[in-house]
Design a protein around this ligand. Structure first.
Ligand code: EPU
Length: 417
């Protein structure tokens, strides 16, 4: 199993190009199931989850080719299978995104139920309730969820709780349904908007994506399209914190600053000035960091996917920061590893209380999920001595060549086999 070895203490300086958003590319690839025509997706991040999605699509009968320049060409001329097996779903929960499009295109979908994971129980009950509202019969047995419905019919679906992939799944199911579907209390994340844009290019009729009410007028058929995936806002935020925590100076290119307002504002409160360009961000660290509380919220609030990285930063800020995790019930696994590096953190239910500034020292640490891994890498960059981050397959699921990008701006980081 690969590990990352980091020698901390250096200031990062230089330019990093941001990759396409993993959480946008995954639903976009699933959307290819909705048409027999070819779909060309560009700005795809070549990360492990994308390779897993390719395996899933191939399993279902889709021709999928990776092309130079981060493109994926997919053609689902005929769907051979309507089942996402356990072997794939257990490595990537986002496989559940096949449910909506398979159901819409073939009238049938069978997907292994993803269990809980390192950050929470993560049920998909709201996805299933939505499919039932559209007229599908849904049953769960033998560890699989099976949805069937030859003709889906538009309906009004009010989500009990805001769910990102739930909104995406229902949007993909509704585009080929008969009549109009309204999704209320829908997720407003940029990734939902990006999916709506792709579906619209494919011939879908969608209004309101990016607001809590999305209206979808069903059409009988979708066609091929070409679409560029939006920049990864979480990768961007992670590198902003890398600049801030090392007291360095980084220029991030090919990003979308508009998607990071809450992170940029928060870093401003902490004492990290950020200059915003059209598709660039410049972070200048070095001033003393001041602790600031944060509550994770759905977009446009402070993203739960930035919480672990922010916690690493708060170990270097003067004062007490209370971090409230409001989206997932168990997303503090990184805290105990940060504490092994010298952090002063107390967990009280959904709150982490971080006291700084402390001297972090290198240690062998274990990553428990994708963003927790990023947090440990950030802590390693500022810790004295050597940090070895184990189980970085989590990191490889969602960050494209993170060690190369960090090396290019002066970090002492290497992958060890
Ligand atoms: N929830 C339910 N029932 C459902 C669906 C969700 O109770 O049917 C709950 C969840 O348990 C959670 C909350 O609702 O407490 C929000 O979950 P959501 O469904 O929005 O999460 P997700 O769609 O499974 C996506 C991202 C996550 C990100 C969350 C929140 C993808 C592929 N994944 O997950 O990304 O943390 O939204 O923004 O888009 C990551 O990239 O590291 C990651 C975990």
């Amino acid at each position: 199993m690969d590990k990352l070895r980091i020698v901390g203490g250096g200031k990062l300086k230089g330019e990093i190009r941001i990759s396409g958003a993993k959480n946008s590319a995954l639903p976009a690839m699933a959307a290819c199931l909705l048409t027999a025509d070819e779909v060309l997706l560009t700005n795809i991040p070549f990360v492990a989850d994308i390779r897993t999605t390719r395996r899933l699509l191939v399993e279902l009968g889709v021709q999928v080719e990776f092309e130079d320049g981060h493109a994926v060409r997919a053609k689902a001329e005929r769907i051979r299978s309507h089942e996402a097996p356990y072997e794939l779903v257990k490595t990537m929960r986002a496989s559940v995104l096949a449910l909506g499009p398979l159901l819409a295109r073939t009238g049938k979908a069978r997907v292994s139920l993803p269990g809980g994971c390192a950050i929470g129980a993560r049920p998909i009950n709201l996805h299933l309730k939505g499919f039932e509202k559209l007229g599908a019969r849904v049953k769960t047995e033998y560890g699989y969820v099976e949805a069937e419905g030859k003709t889906l019919t538009g309906a009004t679906i009010v989500f009990d709780k805001i769910t990102v992939t739930g909104t995406e799944n229902l949007m993909m199911a509704a585009v080929l349904a008969k009549g109009t579907t309204t999704l209320d209390n829908a997720a407003c994340e940029p990734e939902v908007v990006d999916l709506a844009e792709l579906l619209t290019k494919m011939g879908a009729k969608i209004a309101g994506a990016g607001t809590p009410t999305i209206t979808i007028e069903g059409v009988s058929k979708l066609h091929g399209a070409t679409h560029a995936i939006i920049p990864d806002r979480i990768e961007t935020g992670t590198f902003l914190i890398a600049g801030a925590i090392t007291g360095g100076e980084l220029e991030l290119t090919a990003c979308n600053p508009g998607h990071l307002t809450s992170v940029i504002d928060k870093l401003g409160e902490v004492g990290v000035p950020i200059e915003t360009g059209a598709d660039t961000l410049r972070v200048k660290g070095g001033s003393p960091l001041i602790a600031s509380d944060v509550i994770t919220r759905e977009y446009p609030g402070f993203a739960t996917d930035m919480q672990a990285q922010y916690m690493a930063l708060m170990t270097q800020a003067k004062g007490i920061a209370v971090i409230n995790e409001n989206i997932f019930e168990n997303r503090f696994m990184h805290a105990s590893e940060l504490m092994r590096m010298g952090a002063n953190i107390r967990i009280e239910g959904a709150r982490a209380i971080v006291a700084g500034k402390v001297r972090l020292t290198g240690a062998n640490v274990i990553a428990s999920d994708l963003r927790a891994s990023a947090s440990l890498v950030l802590a390693g960059l500022v810790a004295e001595g050597e940090t070895v981050v184990d189980r970085i397959y989590h990191l490889d699921r969602g960050y494209e060549r993170i060690e190369e990008k960090l090396q290019s701006v002066g970090a002492q980081i290497e992958r060890v086999k």
